[in-house]
Design a protein around this ligand. Structure first.
Ligand SMILES: [Zn+2]
Length: 263
């Protein structure tokens, strides 16, 4: 049986193992510097999801992705399509409720765009409350942060948005679509700060301020894409796939518990 949800027939869905983990990638369509395409988050999120499916073909279904996200703060850059967070929560939970209606019990909301993180956390919590199934949210870089740091060449601050991590993986997947000759470093990390850190693999921040993107980046980049190479990109991607597959196996093994109303 295919792992690609969209390629199933309705009879195959009816007869499918409902403990397979349905992976729903939620990404964004937005500026990724002058050196990378608008679809970066979708291409990378789906590369992770499809890589997990190749590793664990009997354990998952990969949903068609939601290629739009919460990113109105990027709209000063041409091309950005933004979705209000309330709309995105409602849309994602309509998908999860549909899956629950058909009997699926285990869902992974696999995030590949930073500002979707809190939105998908809420969507997963709402799904659990409303459907009584297991719904997990995770941003894929958080699953493999230690391994990113083993392989990275950039300093802290070099991996945030269209920086080393994303540029290296996209270059590995589609070398013709990454134009590093147009890339520049925008490392905004302030080592003096005790609380703010937007580096994806070095802890994130204890406190969060998301400014207008055009206030903090002249070309849409945050990080250091100039050191990106395809060889490291392959290592980043392999780490993301293997760690996400490990998460999927944990989700599949989680017990389904019963509520008890103590009124
Ligand atoms: Zn991105």
């Amino acid at each position: 049986m295919t792992t690609e949800y969209g390629k199933l027939t309705w009879e195959e869905v009816r007869d499918a193992d409902k403990d397979r983990v349905a992976i729903l990638n939620v990404s964004a369509t937005e500026d990724h510097g002058p050196h990378m395409p608008l679809d970066t988050d979708t291409v990378l999120g789906m590369a992770v999801a499809n890589g997990v499916a190749a590793m664990a073909p009997d354990e998952v279904f990969v949903m068609p992705p939601i290629a739009y996200g919460f990113n109105e703060h990027h709209k000063d850059f041409p091309g950005v399509i933004w979705i209000q967070p309330e709309t995105l929560i409602a849309f994602v939970t309509d998908v999860t409720k549909s899956l629950a209606h058909h009997g699926f019990r285990r869902i992974l909301l696999l995030n590949s765009h930073g500002s979707n993180h809190p939105v998908l956390d809420l969507a997963a919590r709402k799904t659990v409350i409303e459907c009584g199934i297991i719904c997990v949210s995770a941003s894929y870089w958080n699953l493999c942060a230690d391994r990113i740091n083993e392989h990275r060449k950039s300093e802290t601050g070099g991996i945030a948005h269209a920086g080393e991590f994303e540029a290296a993986m996209y270059k590995y997947l589609h070398p013709d679509l990454v134009h590093l000759e147009k890339a520049a470093t925008q490392n905004l990390h302030n080592p003096e700060s005790r609380f703010f850190n937007l580096d994806l693999a070095r802890g994130g921040g204890k406190a969060m301020l998301m400014r207008w993107w055009s206030e903090v980046s002249p070309d849409g980049t945050m990080g250091d894409p100039t050191v990106a190479d395809a060889e490291t990109g392959e290592k980043f991607l392999r780490a993301a796939i293997e760690e996400t597959a490990a998460l999927v196996r944990e989700i599949r093994a989680l017990p389904l518990l019963q509520r008890k109303d103590h009124h």
